[in-house]
Write a protein that binds this ligand. Sequence first.
Ligand SMILES: [Zn+2]
Length: 365
Amino acid sequence: MSFAFKCASCAATQPAQIGDLACELCGSVMDVSYDEPADEYAPRLPLARPSERMSLGEGNTPLVALPSIARSLGIRRLWAKLEMMAPTGSFKDRGSAVLMSAALEAGVTEFVEDSSGNAGASLSAYAASAGITAHVFFPDSAARGKVDQIGIFGATLHPTPGPRQAATDAAVTYVVDNSLPYLSHNLSPYFLEGMKSFSYEIVGSDAASVTDIVIPVGNGSLLIGMFKGFEELQASERISSAPALHVVQAEAVKPLVAALSDEEWSFDPDLKTVASGISVSHPPRLRQCLDVVRLSGGSGIAVDDPAMLGWQKRLASEAGIFCEATSAAAFAGLEAMAATGAISEQARVLIPITGSGLKEPLARD
Ligand SMILES: [Zn+2]
């Protein structure tokens, strides 16, 4: 497989190097660009030896139909894809498998990452399996279950006081001070490529007729990666049209939803949300997220914490699915979109259950 990094802003290309996260010309985020045509049955991967990539059994997550919830929302069909069943309990494992495989191919022995919890736990597990040392920076407010998980995989823990952005800033400083590669899952083009498998699985499943996908979005790796997957599937003519991709954020932290509606919004660190996985005030791929939502024909909405917590409880008590509050936000968003008509009564909707409820303490009323 022949590939390079391509700037998402100025479209300049440069050789794919594991630690390069920004365009040499303009400093923007980059994507992988391939010379080979798209494949009908499997995502292209930016690896020298894709068939030998490492795996902990990620992907091929279960699909569950939710007919009674679909009826109550006034939509035709509703499926949940249980990404919480991944090896470390979140969708991040799709990206970690590709990023750590690329790191192994490049001879990386030690790296730095920052995360709100799930990505740190995921990369730590794959790093452990690859024999690579991980330094994970995370907010000191991160859920104990996630921190324990990062720790038991043997990663070096770097709890950081302050908001999520402070962990990113501390990670970047550590990278410079110690001359280590920064394998940020938010910036690395490799991580995004791992998400494409989600789209391939949908097309081959009972939910192949899906018209709308509703996604909780923080940094947007699943959103952008899913779009890339559908682009490949259309390029190889496996599918003729792709579903609309709708995004849900928390009222307290909604840079993408605000940008979609040209609403003035600035981050207020005093405003908190229980949805830690999407509490991202300055997503580096914001422009890409905007483009993906618009090109797919999707929309965006923000929901408040009581709505998320209500859906977290409802999914557990009505469907037997215990997801984290971040994942429940997508259902609160779907409910609002169905009410406003942003999602029609003819819609066949799929929601990824992005993370497990087992990792974080339950918010009490
Ligand atoms: Zn550029």
